[in-house]
Design a protein around this ligand. Structure first.
Ligand code: SF4
Length: 476
C-alpha cells in the first residue's frame, strides 16, 4: 500500500499570527527519512525535468535515505548555491513536484502525494548550514587572475550568478542599491516564509568564496554602466529585479492608505515596521484591509497585514480580492492554505473598478464588479469577464495592490544602448543571456518570466556559464 506523505510540523495558526517567526518547521531526521522512503527511485526520474536548475533529485533523496546527509547537501549544491532558500520558497508544486511520477496527469499543480522534494531539500540545506560549513563540491581549484565581473543587484539572480562565477575562480563584486544584500529575498519575502538568518547564512557563503558586496550603490545613479568597464570589470551581470509596482489605473487609486504590495512589504520585511517605533519606519494598518491580486506577493501582503492587525490589537479582518477563481491563482498552494488557516478571507471573481475616500483623502471603500470565467487567454488561464450591473461596495481603510511588478527602469532609463521590450524588460539572447551590449548579461525578473526565485537562479547560471566560457576563450 502507498504510504501517505509526511508533512513537517507547522506553528499553530493562532500562535503564528502573533509574530513573524517561520511557520513551517524543518523536517526532523525521522520525518525526512519517512518521506525519502516514499520516493520510488524511478529509472526515469521525471522530477528532474521540473527543476529549473536540474538538481539530481533522485540522487539526493537516495543519499538522505542512506543517512548520507552531507552528500545529499553537496549533490544539491552542485546545481543550486542556495538549498536552504529554495527549500523554503520554491514553488515546488508547479515544478519538480508537478513532474514527480506521483502527480496525476493534467493537474495544474502537484498532487498532494507527490514527493515533498522541497521539504527534503530544506532538510539537506539546513543540515549543510549546521554541519557542512560552506564546503562545496566545486570549490575553485584555480583563480583566474586579474579577471573581475560586476554583478548588479543581490537578489536571487545576482547572488546565484556571483556564486557560479566565484566558484570558477573569478573575482566578483556585487553592487546593491539598498543597505543590506538579498534583494527581493529580503524586502519581498516575509520572515515567516524565509528567516533572515537563513538568508544571511547563504549570503555569507558567497563571502567565503571571495565575493565582495558593495551596498548603497545604485548602478545607473551612483555610477553608470560604462563606468564599471572603465574601472576594469571585464563583464557585467544585471540582476536588477522587477521593483516597479504596476497599478490598476482605476479612479481613486491615489487615496492615502493604498499601498503597492512592494512598498508595504518593504516597510515591514526590510525596514522592520512591525517593530515601530523601535524601528524607524512606520506602516499604517486599519480595520478593513483588502489585498488585490492572486500571486505569492498578494498572499504575503495579506498575511503580513493580518499579523500587523493582531500585533496592534485590532480584530483581524483581511480579504483578498482576485478576479479569477482559486484554481487559477498563481500563488503557491501552500501559501494559500496558510493564508486561509490564519484567517484571511477570499473573494473570487471580483474586479475592482473604483476607490472612494473621505474628506481627508483617506480610502474608505472599494467598488467592484463580479466576474465570470470566459475563454482562456495567452497565459492559458480562463479570462475573467465582468458581469454588467453586478457592482458592489466593500469597506476598506487599507488597500494593498499586488497585481504585478514591472522591470526596474533606473538603469535601463539611462542606458539607451540596452535594448528593452515593450514592457521595459531587458532583451537577452536566451542561450547566453547576453544583452544588446557586448559583455553585459542579464537574468531574473529584469528580463521577464515567471518571477520565481529558482527561475531567476536558472537564468543566472546560464549567464555565468556564458561569461566563464567567453573569459576562458579570451585568456586561452
Ligand atoms: S521524486 Fe518522484 S519522480 Fe523523482 S525519483 Fe522520486 S518518485 Fe520518481
Amino acid at each position: 500500500m502507498k504510504k501517505p506523505p509526511t508533512n513537517p510540523k507547522e506553528i499553530d495558526p493562532k500562535a503564528r499570527i502573533a509574530g513573524f517567526d517561520e511557520v513551517v518547521l524543518c523536517y526532523t531526521e525521522k520525518e525526512a527519512l519517512a518521506e525519502a522512503a516514499r520516493c520510488l527511485q524511478c529509472k526515469n526520474p521525471t522530477c528532474i525535468a521540473g527543476c529549473p536548475v536540474g538538481i539530481d533529485i533522485k540522487k539526493f533523496i537516495a543519499q538522505i535515505s542512506a543517512k548520507d546527509y552531507k552528500n545529499a547537501y553537496l549533490t544539491i549544491k552542485e546545481k543550486n548555491n542556495f538549498p536552504s532558500i529554495c527549500g523554503r520558497v520554491c514553488p515546488a508544486e508547479y515544478q519538480c513536484r508537478k513532474t514527480c511520477i506521483f502527480t496525476k496527469k493534467d493537474l495544474p499543480f502537484a498532487s498532494k502525494d507527490a514527493i515533498n522534494i522541497h521539504f527534503l531539500e530544506r532538510f539537506a540545506g539546513d543540515y549543510g548550514m549546521k554541519h557542512v560549513e560552506h564546503q562545496s563540491t566545486r570549490a575553485p581549484e584555480r583563480q583566474i587572475n586579474g579577471i573581475r565581473v560586476a554583478v548588479v543587484g543581490s537578489g536571487p539572480a545576482g547572488l546565484s550568478c556571483a556564486g557560479e562565477l566565484a566558484r570558477a575562480g573569478i573575482k566578483v563584486v556585487i553592487f546593491e542599491s539598498l543597505h543590506k544584500p538579498g534583494g527581493v529575498l529580503r524586502y519581498g519575502i516575509p520572515p515567516f516564509r524565509l528567516s533572515p538568518e537563513t538568508l544571511d547564512f547563504e549570503i555569507a557563503y558567497l563571502g567565503k568564496l571571495g565575493v565582495e558586496i558593495k551596498t548603497n550603490t545604485i548602478i545607473g545613479r551612483t555610477k553608470l554602466l560604462n563606468e564599471l568597464f572603465k574601472e576594469g570589470f571585464h563583464a557585467v551581470f544585471l540582476g536588477l529585479g522587477a521593483g516597479t509596482p504596476s497599478f490598476m489605473g482605476i479612479p481613486g487609486e491615489n487615496f492615502c492608505n493604498i499601498y503597492s504590495a512592494n512598498e508595504f512589504l518593504t516597510r515591514v520585511n526590510f525596514m522592520g515596521a512591525y517593530k515601530f517605533p523601535e524601528a524607524h519606519t512606520p506602516v499604517n494598518i486599519g480595520k478593513d484591509v483588502i489585498t488585490i491580486g492572486g500571486g505569492n506577493t498578494a498572499m504575503d501582503a495579506a498575511r503580513v497585514a493580518l499579523r500587523l492587525q493582531k500585533i496592534n490589537n485590532i480584530d483581524t479582518n483581511v480579504k483578498v480580492f482576485y478576479r479569477r477563481t482559486e484554481n487559477e491563482m498563481p500563488a503557491r498552494r501552500l501559501e494559500i492554505e496558510h493564508a486561509k488557516e490564519e484567517g484571511v478571507n477570499f473573494e473570487f471573481l471580483v474586479q475592482p473598478i473604483k476607490f472612494e475616500g473621505d474628506e481627508n483623502g483617506n480610502v474608505r471603500s472599494i467598488e467592484c464588479l463580479r466576474c465570470r470565467l470566459g475563454e482562456p487567454d495567452s497565459s492559458g488561464r480562463r479570462r475573467p469577464v465582468t458581469i454588467e450591473g453586478s457592482e458592489f461596495k466593500s469597506k476598506c481603510d487599507i488597500a494593498i495592490i499586488a497585481t504585478g511588478l514591472l522591470a526596474n527602469q533606473v538603469l535601463t532609463g539611462v542606458t539607451p544602448l540596452l535594448k528593452t521590450d515593450k514592457w521595459g524588460n531587458v532583451e537577452v539572447n536566451p542561450v547566453t543571456m547576453e544583452t544588446s551590449i557586448k559583455n553585459v548579461y542579464a537574468g531574473g525578473d529584469i528580463v521577464g518570466g515567471e518571477g520565481t526565485v529558482i527561475e531567476a537562479m536558472g537564468m543566472a547560471k546560464k549567464a555565468a556559464a556564458a561569461i566563464i566560457e567567453r573569459l576562458e576563450r579570451k585568456l586561452s
